[in-house]
Design a protein around this ligand. Structure first.
Ligand code: TXA
Ligand code: MG
Length: 341
């Protein structure tokens, strides 16, 4: 299959190009498109045979459910049922934006989309390209991140091309996504309400609306789609979580060991510490005090190291506040580790 690329400027949307992309969706095809978090791989959420194609293109297990994207808040009532007030409080505050709600699913959503679950994940993105595409297609879009299963999520159209060229019909290039990590997923069908995945909406902001929400602990139960190594570059990732000054020493020690064993490696750090690693191969996420900037660069730095074909990435941990929680979640999953060192 030939994959076509359409450039669309989010600040000056070309309606003709959106129409073309919407036609592909209507015909049951696959369109990768930018959201404010990461690029999504979209198909008509109400068309089961289009849904199947998403799993095939990504190599994704069929029991890993997809997020349904809508362009009007009221469409939530078509997709989900038993919508309590807390859901509306959350959508009033965070939609359009990087928050996904898990609710009881309505009958119109095919089983293939939800992996057979009786719940559905729904979100209204804020990226104008995403919103125009959904509106023009006149159907909700099922869209996981537009990467091969297990790989870091794409934050540019080039990342999508690297993973999915020849496997999908169309890629809309709308430039770099600005949040850079995926949406926060809140499950409102569990008691207590639970964050299944930290993401673009910080836990602090979420708790201002629902104070009782808890962080899901992957050690206790395995939720659908929570596979051990995820968001992962090809290189092995070692996450150094040591706090304070000792962290730099730990990274240096690991680097010296890898060097003496003849491995090629890269160090992932923040701007402040860059100079502490001398001539080693270092990439910075951004200023450690600006975790939103660091989140925006995370996946593309992981992919950069892959292009350099390093054997190992030594990743320095960041503070687990604000978007730092999402960064640490992705780094732990990339490292295939859950327990603290
Ligand atoms: O920011 C995002 O959320 C991006 C953009 C494209 O919107 N999408 C995204 O989708 O990250 P994906 O498929 O890569 O991750 C969706 C996660 C999966 O891990 C899946 O397990 C979970 O959402 N999920 C979907 N439906 C669910 C459900 N009914 N119950 C529990 N988890 C669900
Ligand atoms: Mg994903």
């Amino acid at each position: 299959m030939k994959t076509e690329i359409l450039e669309i400027d989010p600040s000056k949307i070309d309606k003709l190009k959106i129409k073309k992309a919407a036609r592909v969706i209507k015909n049951g095809g696959l369109v990768a498109f930018p959201t404010e978090t990461v690029y999504g791989l979209g198909a008509d959420a109400l068309n089961p045979s289009a849904g199947v194609k998403i799993f095939e293109a990504k190599n994704r297990p069929l029991d890993d459910p997809l997020i349904v994207h809508i362009a009007e808040k009221n469409d939530l009532f078509k997709i989900a049922k038993e919508i309590h007030k807390i859901a509306l409080d959350l959508t009033a505050e965070f939609w359009p934006g990087p928050l996904t709600l898990v609710l009881k699913k309505s009958e119109i959503i095919p089983d293939i989309i939800t992996g057979g679950l009786n719940t559905v994940a729904v979100r209204m993105p804020s990226n104008p390209v995403a919103l125009s595409l959904i509106k023009e297609a006149r159907t909700p879009l099922a869209a996981p991140s537009a990467n091969l299963f297990g790989r870091p999520s794409p934050t540019t159209a080039q990342h999508v091309l690297a993973d999915l060229t020849g496997k999908i019909d169309l890629i809309i290039d709308g430039g770099r996504t600005n949040i850079g990590v995926e949406s926060t997923i809140v499950d409102l069908t569990r008691q207590p309400f639970c964050v299944l995945r930290p993401g673009g909406v910080s836990l602090e902001k979420l708790r201002a609306i629902i104070p009782q929400v808890e962080l899901f602990q992957p050690k206790d139960v395995l939720a659908p789609g929570m596979y051990p190594r995820h968001y992962a570059p090809r290189a092995r990732v070692i996450l150094v979580q040591t706090n304070g000054k000792a962290r730099v020493g730990k990274v240096r020690k690991l680097a010296a060991e890898l060097e003496s064993q003849g491995y090629s490696f890269g160090i992932l750090t923040t701007e402040e510490n860059r100079s502490k690693y001398g001539d080693y191969n270092v990439e910075s996420l951004g200023p450690g005090a600006d975790l939103a900037a660091c989140a925006a660069n995370l996946f593309s730095v992981l992919r950069d190291f892959d292009r350099q074909d390093v054997d190992v990435i030594i990743a320095e941990g960041v503070k687990e506040e604000g978007l730092g929680l999402a960064i640490m979640d992705r780094l732990r999953k990339a490292a295939g580790m859950v327990k603290e060192e």
